[in-house]
Design a protein. Structure first.
Length: 151
């Protein structure tokens, strides 16, 4: 049983090291979301492969069940409307649709009022424009989106 437990721990550490919420390094990108369903920053630039640390604060006051925000970076070529349509029915997974899992380059959990969520990830290696958005129902359509430009 000890051997099994250790194997699980190593796997968990490797998973954490590969992306989300482990390393505190990376260039800090601070975002806020508000009760008007907007990010304060809608354009981010990065070098190919640059390590970024996104911090998203929900600056609003409405209850989390009605107004939460996240940051999801989509792979190039992903249709954001199709993604958010699928997300709207994925409340059980924090409005992250399982069928789009391989299209998500980075994501944070949902932030309720006053909460801050974070994600550390490498910018894509391929130059281009990558959409980021909030997948809480209705927020993308209200304009809660932006573009990460890799160049
Ligand atoms: Cu939102």
């Amino acid at each position: 049983m000890m051997t099994f437990g250790r194997a699980v721990l190593v796997t968990a550490l490797m998973a954490a090291g590969s992306g989300v919420a482990f390393a505190q390094t990376g260039r800090l990108v601070e975002l806020t979301g508000n009760d008007l369903m907007k990010y304060n920053v809608t354009a981010i630039s990065a070098k190919p492969g640059e390590l970024l640390h996104v911090k998203l604060k929900n600056a609003g006051t409405l209850p989390k069940v009605a107004m939460a925000h996240n940051f999801i970076l989509l792979a190039k070529g992903t249709d954001p409307a199709a993604f958010t349509n699928a997300a709207a029915t994925a409340s059980a997974t924090g409005y992250v649709p399982a069928q789009f899992k391989e299209k998500i380059l980075a994501s944070t959990p949902l932030a309720g009022p006053g909460e801050t969520v974070e994600a550390t990830f490498k910018a894509p290696a391929a130059p281009g424009e990558y959409v980021f958005l909030c997948s809480f129902p209705g927020h993308f359509l209200s304009g809660m989106k932006g573009v990460l430009t890799v160049k």
